[in-house]
Write a protein that binds this ligand. Structure first.
Ligand SMILES: CCCCC/C=C/C(=O)SCCNC(=O)CCNC(=O)[C@H](O)C(C)(C)COP(=O)(O)OP(=O)(O)OC[C@H]1O[C@@H](n2cnc3c(N)ncnc32)[C@H](O)[C@@H]1OP(=O)(O)O
Ligand SMILES: NC(=O)C1=CN([C@@H]2O[C@H](COP(=O)(O)OP(=O)(O)OC[C@H]3O[C@@H](n4cnc5c(N)ncnc54)[C@H](OP(=O)(O)O)[C@@H]3O)[C@@H](O)[C@H]2O)C=CC1
Length: 284
C-alpha cells in the first residue's frame, strides 16, 4: 500500500477529516457495518461513530475489528465486535441477535463486506466463481434479509445500504463480482417496494475506484492505469464513500429507497478500468 493510500485509511486521519454532517446526527442510534476492519467499511464505521452512533462491527478477522473498536473506544464511542462470515446464515442470525441483546435496537445496516479477485472470465474455476458469488450476492442478501426480519420483529424504521460496484459498462477482469452486484441491485429495487410497509428503506452505493488496501489484489500493470478510470483522474477516498453512505442512511435520505448512488468521479461516463491488465487488442 502506498503512503498516500495508507494516510487516507488511517483512523486518526479519518476521525479528523472534514465532514459536512453535524456531530450529534446519530445520537442514540445504532449502526451495524460489515467488513468494518479495513478500507471503506472502516471509514463508514468511524464516520457513524463520530456522528454519535453506537456501533456493531463484523468481518471474518477479529484482530482487524478489535483495532477499530479500541480506536473508537479511545474516542469515547461504544462498539460491539461480532466476528462473522456473512456467507453463513447461522452466523448472520447470531450477529443480529447479539446486537439486539446488547443495544436493544439497530437503526442502520451497511453491507460493505465483499471482494473478488481479478481474472479473465474465460479462465474462472467454478470454485472461484462460487466464492465471489457467495461473498457478494449470497452474503449481502443474507444480511439484508436478516436486517428486514429484525425490523419486522422489533419495529422500524430501518435503513440498509449495500456497497456494490458500478455495473453499467461491466468491468473486464471481475465479471463474477459484476454479476453478483447486479443481483444485489435487482434485489434492492424489488425489496425496497416489499419492505416499505415495514418502514425499511434499502439503497446501494456504487463506488468507483477507491483508495483502500483492497486494491493491493490488483496486478501492478492494472494499478498503473487506475488514474485513467474516471474523468477526475484520481481514485475516490474512503471518506467520500462514507459520506455518501451517511447521506442515504440519515434523514437526508428519508425519501430515497430502491436507488443506487454512484460515487465514481464520472467513471460511469468516461474512463477505462482493466482490473486484470489491458489486453493488446485494446491498446490502440
Ligand atoms: C480495480 C477497481 C475495481 C473496482 C471494483 C472493486 C474493487 C474492490 O472491490 S477493491 C478490493 C476489495 N477486497 C477484496 O477484493 C478482497 C480480496 N479478495 C478476496 O478475499 C478473494 O478474492 C475472495 C473474494 C475469493 C475470497 O474468498 P475465499 O472463499 O476466501 O476464497 P479463496 O481464497 O478460498 O479462493 C477460492 C477460489 O477462488 C479462486 N481464486 C481466488 N483467488 C484467485 C486469484 N487471485 N486468481 C484466480 N483464482 C482465484 C480459486 O478458484 C480458489 O480456489 P483454490 O484454487 O482451491 O484456492
Ligand atoms: N476499493 C474499491 O475500489 C471498491 C470497493 N468496492 C467494494 O467495497 C467493499 C469494501 O472494499 P474495500 O474496503 O476496498 O476492500 P477491503 O478488502 O479492505 O474490504 C473488504 C472487507 O470485507 C470483509 N469481508 C470479506 N469477505 C467477508 C465475509 N465473507 N464475511 C465478512 N466480512 C468479509 C473483509 O474482512 P475479512 O477478510 O477480515 O473478513 C474486509 O474488511 C467491498 O465490497 C468491495 O468490493 C466497490 C467498488 C470499488
Amino acid at each position: 500500500m502506498s503512503p498516500e493510500i495508507a494516510a487516507l485509511n488511517n483512523p486518526e486521519n479519518l476521525w479528523a477529516a472534514e465532514t459536512v454532517y453535524r456531530p450529534d446526527l446519530f445520537q442514540g442510534k445504532v449502526a451495524l457495518v460489515s467488513g468494518a476492519g479495513s478500507g471503506i467499511g472502516r471509514a463508514v464505521a468511524l464516520l457513524f461513530a463520530r456522528l454519535g452512533a453506537k456501533l456493531v462491527i463484523c468481518g471474518r478477522t477479529p484482530e482487524k475489528l478489535e483495532v477499530i473498536a479500541e480506536f473508537v473506544r479511545s474516542k469515547g464511542g461504544e462498539v460491539l465486535v461480532v466476528p462473522t462470515n456473512v456467507r453463513e446464515p447461522e452466523q448472520v442470525d447470531a450477529l443480529f441477535k447479539k446486537a439486539q441483546a446488547h443495544y436493544g435496537r439497530i437503526d442502520y445496516t451497511v453491507n460493505n463486506a465483499g471482494g473478488q479477485f481479478p481474472q479473465n472470465a474465460i479462465d474462472y474455476a467454478p470454485k472461484g466463481w462460487n466464492a465471489v458469488i457467495n461473498n457478494n450476492l449470497n452474503g449481502t442478501w443474507l444480511m439484508m434479509q436478516r436486517a428486514a426480519q429484525h425490523w419486522r420483529e422489533h419495529g422500524g424504521p430501518g435503513s440498509i445500504v449495500n456497497i456494490v460496484v458500478v455495473i453499467e459498462r461491466g468491468m473486464p477482469g471481475v465479471a463474477h463480482t459484476v454479476a453478483a452486484r447486479a443481483g444485489i441491485i435487482g434485489a434492492t429495487r424489488t425489496v425496497a417496494v416489499e419492505w416499505a410497509p415495514l418502514g425499511v428503506r434499502v439503497n446501494c452505493v456504487a463506488p468507483g475506484l477507491t483508495a483502500t488496501e483492497g486494491l493491493d489484489v490488483y496486478p501492478p500493470e492494472a494499478q498503473k492505469e487506475f488514474p485513467l478510470a474516471n474523468p477526475l483522474k484520481r481514485p475516490g477516498t474512503p471518506m467520500e464513500i462514507a459520506e455518501s453512505v451517511i447521506y442515504l442512511s440519515a434523514g437526508s435520505g428519508s425519501f430515497i429507497t430502491g436507488e443506487v448512488v454512484t460515487v465514481d468521479g464520472g467513471g460511469k461516463l468516461w474512463g477505462e478500468l482493466w482490473t486484470a491488465g489491458r489486453p493488446d487488442y485494446y491498446r490502440h
